[in-house]
Design a protein around this ligand. Structure first.
Ligand SMILES: *[C@@H]1O[C@H](CO)[C@@H](O)[C@H](O)[C@H]1NC(C)=O
Ligand SMILES: *[C@@H]1O[C@H](CO)[C@@H](O)[C@H](O)[C@H]1NC(C)=O
Length: 249
């Protein structure tokens, strides 16, 4: 009887425990926001652009997240508290997942979502994973730097990075991005398969990413790597159906 059960599992991959996926963040997570998400970056309101995150600029309605950047005047303090300490020109929005993502031999992850991303000069939205402790790992699943492109990036070191650009429509229509992160057989490196609109685009590899916890962040940063000056009006970056699943227990 036992043998029969084992064989049956092998024959039907969906029932084999390793293949089963656990839902870490469900597609409707914005409807239970505080269960899954915190406001801002894990380290606070400031980062590497001219936007300072504020709760009023983070709006959730109908399971859709809207991060809204608006020009600001007389910010205090006047410059970002994060390197390279750019001047603050906008109030904007960022959130991060409460759960960390740690790829191991037993735990592969699939991270996906649908985004309406601004591509105007000076707008720098992102959907990305970054190291909880030290840096890298960093994996950018969505990074739009003020042009009609999304950048898929994996950083091995601050200067050793693999980037793959995909065309991104400028009409603010929703498109999906996805990354599947799997430990390599050396149990050190992580293989990352990137998709846009469910079409496979590229594989990148993260050196030594196995076992390193990462944050998942969605943010609308401004200027910085996306050029300047940014928009004089309001900019909106939307996300929906953001989902994280994990194989294994
Ligand atoms: C700045 O933040 C973006 C995410 O918004 C990240 O991809 C990038 O690596 C960061 N750059 C630096 C120099 O910290
Ligand atoms: C990062 O390291 C991995 C694993 O050693 C390697 O396969 C990949 O090519 C490296 N990426 C870059 C940009 O050097």
């Amino acid at each position: 009887m036992k043998l029969f059960v084992v064989l049956a599992c092998l024959a039907a991959p969906g029932t084999f425990p390793f293949v089963d996926a656990a839902t870490v963040i469900p597609a409707n997570s914005f409807s239970s926001f505080s269960t899954y998400w915190n406001n801002f970056y894990p380290w606070g309101t400031d980062h590497n652009g001219s936007g300072r995150m504020a709760s009023a600029n983070i709006i959730v309605a109908s399971n859709t997240l809207s991060l809204i950047a608006t020009p600001t005047s007389n910010p205090s303090p006047p410059t970002s508290t994060s390197n390279p300490k750019p001047a603050i020109h906008y109030a904007s929005g960022a959130i991060h997942a409460k759960e960390h993502i740690t790829v191991t031999a037993a735990n592969a992850y699939t991270v996906s979502g649908e985004f309406s991303a601004p591509t105007a000069v000076g707008t720098w939205p992102a959907f990305w994973l970054t190291a909880v402790s030290g840096w890298p790992p960093e994996v950018d699943i969505g990074e739009w730097k003020g042009t009609a492109d999304n950048w898929f990036n994996t950083f091995n070191t601050s200067s050793v990075v693999k980037s793959t650009l995909v065309d991104w429509p400028t009409d603010l229509s929703f498109h999906s991005v996805k990354a599947v992160l799997t430990a390599q057989s050396n149990n050190k490196d992580v293989k990352i398969d990137f998709y846009m609109d469910n079409k496979f685009i590229v594989t990148q590899y993260g050196s030594g990413f196995v076992g390193k916890a990462m944050y998942l962040i969605i943010n609308l940063q401004m200027e910085g790597s996306s050029g300047s000056p940014g928009p004089s009006g309001r900019t909106v970056y939307k996300a929906r159906n953001v989902q994280v699943t994990r194989t294994g227990n």
